[in-house]
Design a protein around this ligand. Structure first.
Ligand code: SF4
Length: 267
């Protein structure tokens, strides 16, 4: 019975995510600030802004990180690639730190961005969009991101997923776009019954590959959005959740209600 529900839940999640992707591209709210988001959505004019933001996406709230290219533009007076390429490491460190630190690790991030600018200049002829140009395979995009200092598998697959899912960059396949495991994705995936509570990141990644090998990262956005809204860590609001009828956690709450252990049920 539970296996059937899991199968139906998987199908519905894939269907909903696929439907979202079949619609025309919309403006992506990365930072929740218009000017900052305009730079990030302009992957033809400012492709390096997207790369720089991805590199810094560590141990800070996502919205704050996505603002950093815009904040740097103001501190430096420009975010054109030719101007960034002329900056010394010291100048970047100063811009990252003064008057207030833009990141929790401003020195490390300044070093990583300085190195990224050099890499974009030498490997991609000063045009970061060459990282994803000409419909490469998803593995190629992930591998190219992994070559940047400070980028691990998690950031590289997240970058590839945003490019493909949100910015609609054409690719020849999606096999190597894994699920990006964060606290929201982990909690919702587990509550739905796909993985145990204490599953490792590797386990979760393989479970997503098992569920949808053609594009394991397809589950990311729906799970993440649920985790930030109705499926919060304390008191998930199952009666307002679209997935309530198939969710394992909601079914457990319902069973406790039927046994008289709770005053209200789920959906
Ligand atoms: S039904 Fe409840 S536990 Fe399940 S995903 Fe929705 S909010 Fe989370």
């Amino acid at each position: 019975m539970r296996e059937t529900q899991i199968g139906r839940l998987r199908e519905r999640l894939i269907l909903e995510a696929s439907e979202r992707m079949s619609k025309p591209r919309t403006f992506v709210q990365f930072a929740g600030m218009r000017e900052a988001d305009e730079m990030l959505n302009d992957v033809d004019g400012y492709p390096h802004a997207f790369v720089v933001a991805c590199i810094m996406d560590r141990q800070m709230k996502a919205e704050r990180v996505w603002r950093i290219p815009y904040d740097l533009k103001h501190r430096l007076g420009s975010f054109r690639f030719s101007d960034l390429a002329n900056l010394s490491l010291h100048e970047l460190e100063k811009a990252m730190k003064h008057p207030t630190p833009l990141h929790r690790f401003p020195d490390t991030m300044a070093r990583n961005v300085h190195s990224a600018v050099r890499r974009i200049a030498s490997q991609y002829q000063c045009d970061a969009s060459a990282i994803w140009a000409d419909s490469p395979s998803s593995a190629t995009i992930v591998r190219r991101f992994l070559e940047f200092a400070g980028v691990g598998q998690k950031i590289a697959t997240m970058a590839a997923n945003i490019l493909v899912r949100d910015l609609r960059v054409p690719v020849s396949d999606r096999y190597s776009i894994d699920i990006s495991v964060d606290v929201q994705v982990r909690r919702v995936f587990s509550r739905m019954g796909f993985v145990p509570d204490d599953a490792s990141e590797e386990y979760i990644a393989y479970r997503a590959r098992e569920l949808h090998p053609e594009y394991p990262g397809i589950f990311d956005l729906i799970l993440w959005e649920l985790g930030r809204t109705v499926c919060r860590s304390k008191q998930p609001v199952c009666d307002k959740c679209h997935w309530c009828d198939l969710c394992a956690y909601a079914a457990k709450v319902d069973a406790r209600y039927e046994w008289g252990k709770l005053e209200t049920g789920r959906c």
